[in-house]
Design a protein around this ligand. Structure first.
Ligand SMILES: Nc1ncnc2c1ncn2[C@@H]1O[C@H](COP(=O)(O)OP(=O)(O)OP(=O)(O)O)[C@@H](O)[C@H]1O
Ligand SMILES: [Mg+2]
Length: 332
């Protein structure tokens, strides 16, 4: 049995189904990312796991125990919400202490020591006496994380903890959160709609769309073997084209390209390209007007003398083709 089990959770708000039969298994010590577009039900799922929202059907088991109707206070989790949720009238240290007092397990000295310890973990010792408005966005999120982990909860719920931050800070904090999570061995569910965040941080990714789970697997599995066209399209870039009874899908970086026909035997007319630094993305048209995009290293682009309106030749390796049933045959 997994440490955290979500079984057939259903949730409606008025007449809208927000979660339809959602199940998930999370092992002890794992960091699982719930990934999906805005409005697909990620926050609602997290709130049900926390007990902050009641499901209309289904169950949540924590450590083998049915917690479906347990109040949040009895569940022993730490949470960081989607927007900063520090108390504005308390210092960083005050915010962390509040969480500890609330749990009421430690004596005064122990609490003080614990505050020092988590402040060191998130590297905010120097800022302990500042108020939230005196902190940068990244510092506020680190303080919120410190407050969540201070009572040593048995699991951690993070709702887009990095979404309000700029790209550089976000990448640095990803690493920091992951390191703390690993060091504490704390079972964590992190919601995000950023596929790169999920790919880089997660042990396992749960891809959601329209109130349902499309696929759950390791980052490698969901990238290399996306179970549905939605997953294929949502994580990374994907070319789709119809062939006989199936829809074929191939990642842009899997396609080989040459300026002379040979092993690359599919002619493509180049419409345009984008220089992206180390990589260049090429937009081409295949016979039959199928659009295709190909990612190659920018060095390779120089080698083949890439220019607009050129004719180039592609090879689509069979071993990297993914095949889906045509839309009409798909069970929606
Ligand atoms: N309390 C509520 N009352 C009515 N509808 C709600 C309530 N909370 C959420 N919803 C609706 O449920 C759907 C899912 O919301 P949810 O917050 O779970 O999405 P999300 O995946 O977290 O999206 P985002 O990425 O934008 O945060 C949305 O259509 C939302 O409008
Ligand atoms: Mg949300």
């Amino acid at each position: 049995m997994s440490y955290l089990e979500v079984r057939n959770i259903t949730k409606r708000f008025d007449r809208q189904t927000v979660l339809a039969n959602v199940s998930a298994d999370i092992e002890k010590g794992e960091l699982v990312c719930v990934l999906g577009p805005s409005g697909c039900g990620k926050t609602t799922l997290l709130r049900i796991v926390a007990g902050l929202e009641t499901a209309d059907g289904g169950s949540v088991y924590i450590n083998g125990r049915d917690c479906t109707s347990l109040s949040p206070g009895k569940r022993n989790f730490g949470i960081v919400f989607q927007s900063y949720a520090l108390f504005p009238n308390m210092t960083v240290a005050g915010n962390i202490l509040f969480g500890l007092r609330h749990k009421g397990k430690l004596g005064r000295e122990e609490m003080r020591a614990r505050v020092d310890e988590v402040l060191r973990m998130v590297d905010l010792s120097e800022h302990r006496n500042k108020y939230p408005r005196q902190l940068s966005g990244g510092q506020q999120q680190r303080a919120a994380l410190a407050r969540a982990i201070a009572p040593a909860p048995s699991y951690l719920l993070l709702d887009e903890p990095l979404s309000a931050l700029d790209a550089k800070v976000r990448v640095r904090l990803r690493g920091e959160i992951r390191a703390i999570q690993r060091a504490l061995g704390i079972t964590t569910i992190m919601v995000t709609h950023d596929q790169e965040e999920a790919l880089t941080m997660a042990d396992k990714i749960i891809v959601m769309n329209n109130a349902t789970v499309e696929q759950a697997g390791t980052p490698r599995e969901v990238y290399d073997r996306p179970a549905t066209p939605f997953v294929a399209n949502f994580i990374g870039a994907m070319n789709f084209y119809p062939a006989n009874e199936v829809v074929c899908a191939i990642r842009p970086e899997r396609i080989e390209i040459s300026n002379a026909p040979g092993s690359c035997n599919v002619a493509a007319d180049i419409k345009g390209f984008e220089f992206k630094g180390a990589m260049t993305r090429i937009y081409g048209i295949l016979p039959g007007q199928t659009e295709i995009c190909v990612d190659i290293s920018s060095d390779r682009a120089d080698e083949i003398g890439l220019c607009e309106r050129a004719r180039l030749y592609l090879r689509i390796p069979e071993e990297h083709l993914i095949k889906y049933p045509p839309p009409a045959a798909r069970v929606m």
